[in-house]
Design a protein around this ligand. Structure first.
Ligand SMILES: [Zn+2]
Ligand SMILES: [Zn+2]
Ligand SMILES: [Zn+2]
Length: 284
């Protein structure tokens, strides 16, 4: 499997649009790996994980032919991960679309699709009409579900992120290789850890939203700080889900945690964990 990070930031991006903080000022001036788009992943040629407000920019920058995408798998409905407006341009006239895609996500993800202005007036009981209009097949996922689509297995891990909805982390498996994508999440529940303990993965992407934020290195309620991400990796290894020494990448950083790339690399040096950036490719 080939997984490319399309965005390594949390909701506000880096630099955050209006922000005067030291991190954002530095990122504007220096660019490079300190420019972080909203979090999303490209898996092989045919799958996206999340589709947020930077999708257009990401598809151009990283050469993604969206007409070849067969499915988008959503982690949750937050604005940085799901942009119903950009998806709604699949409607006739706005785009010429003949190919169907599948949209995987929780009930809340599908409900939020209806917030696009183009879909004004549609209620959820008419969701199949919306799906037809936008050429997609909705697939509702629940925590703990295992779904196969073609040769891709999608295992929905219950995240601990927003109590108002079923947020999902994923184990994606294809051709005998598998990766855990764990954003957005805090420390999993005991049931979540037990669930994941049934699986083995070859690599993991772990969020570190609070990054190097002073006093929040060990924060693990709904998001993780940098040191909490290390503990999270260690727990995956302790439970046998992740082999010791397997590739682990941290991702999804808030500018509030001052995640300048050189500072993040210095923090994780010697930990065996790599720091995510926009464009980084993980081959497993
Ligand atoms: Zn997020
Ligand atoms: Zn900032
Ligand atoms: Zn979120």
């Amino acid at each position: 499997m080939r997984i490319q990070i399309l965005g390594s930031a949390a909701a506000e991006a880096v630099p955050a649009l209006w922000c005067e903080c030291e991190c954002c000022e530095y990122a504007r001036k220096h660019g490079g790996k300190d420019i972080r788009r909203r979090c999303s992943y490209w898996v092989d040629d045919d799958t996206l994980v999340d589709f947020g407000p930077d999708a257009n920019w990401q598809s151009v920058e990283f050469g993604i032919d969206l007409t070849r995408i067969k499915r988008v798998i959503f982690t949750h409905s937050h604005e940085d991960h799901l942009d119903p407006v950009e998806l709604s341009w699949r409607a006739q006239y706005f785009s010429r679309v003949t190919k169907m895609i599948k949209l995987f996500g929780s009930r809340r993800v599908h409900e939020r699709m209806l917030s696009a202005p183009l879909l004004n007036g549609f209620t959820f009981d008419r969701y199949n009409e919306v799906a037809e209009k936008l050429h997609f097949e909705p697939v509702e996922l629940t925590p703990g579900s295992e779904t196969r689509d073609g040769d891709l297995e999608i295992i929905a891990v219950p995240a601990v992120h927003d109590p108002k909805e079923d947020c999902l982390n994923y184990i994606l498996r294809r051709g005998g290789r598998s990766i855990l994508i764990a954003n957005d999440t805090g420390w999993w529940s005991e049931a979540g850890w037990d669930f994941v303990s049934r699986y083995r993965v070859d690599a993991a992407i772990i969020e570190a939203t609070f990054a190097l934020s002073e006093g929040n290195l060990d924060y693990d309620h709904g998001h993780l700080g940098a040191h909490a991400a290390i503990r999270f990796r260690d727990e995956l290894v302790r439970r046998g889900t992740l082999p010791a020494g397997a590739k682990v990448v941290v991702n999804h950083f808030s500018h509030n945690g001052n995640p300048l790339h050189h500072k993040m690399e210095a923090y994780f040096a010697g930990s065996g964990i790599e720091v995510g950036y926009d464009g980084k490719v993980i081959e497993i």
